[in-house]
Design a protein around this ligand. Structure first.
Ligand code: CU
Length: 157
């Protein structure tokens, strides 16, 4: 009887510690959304997803109070044409990172609830294959800043 109690207690503690560290398993860094003209009903989401565990982490679903719908896409050149291929999930390899960027994997954020301008941020909720959920904040940034930045670089050459 005493042994059973001990076994149950250790199982319970194990579950607790897993839950406590769940938020740390997939780190999201530099999450950002390029600002779009007011008429646009779709925005892109970029960032770096870092898997600190020894197992694959699979993102199977995304939602946001700030958008109607979120899809996962992969940009690919097909017969010389840039195409976006919807992905059922995104897998981040163990002890590795997945960069969501222009021309590669990215998030597609449909139907913003309100106009999001540079400096605003959006909350994005992820559902993982193991049933856990995690959220991160993505900052809206003006792409004009990037262009100015590139331009200034040219002057140095
Ligand atoms: Cu897309």
């Amino acid at each position: 009887m005493h042994l059973l109690k001990k076994a149950l207690l250790s199982t319970f503690l194990l579950c607790l510690s897993v839950t406590a560290h769940a938020a740390d398993q997939l780190m999201v860094m530099n999450a950002w959304i390029p600002e779009m003209p007011p008429v646009s009903r779709v925005m892109a989401g970029f960032g770096r997803f870092i898997n600190q565990t020894n197992k694959d982490i699979e993102i199977t679903g995304l939602s946001s109070p700030d958008f109607g719908r979120i899809e996962m896409h992969l940009s690919k050149e097909v017969d010389g044409m840039a195409r976006m291929i919807p992905q059922k999930s995104l897998v981040v390899q163990p002890k590795a990172s997945l960069e969501l960027k222009h021309g590669s994997y990215h998030l597609m954020l449909f139907n913003p609830v309100k106009r999001l301008k540079a400096g605003d941020s959006a909350i994005i909720n992820m559902t993982l294959a193991n049933g856990q959920t995690q959220s991160f904040k993505a900052e809206v940034r003006s792409t004009m800043d990037d262009m100015k930045h590139d331009h200034s670089h040219h002057h140095h050459h």
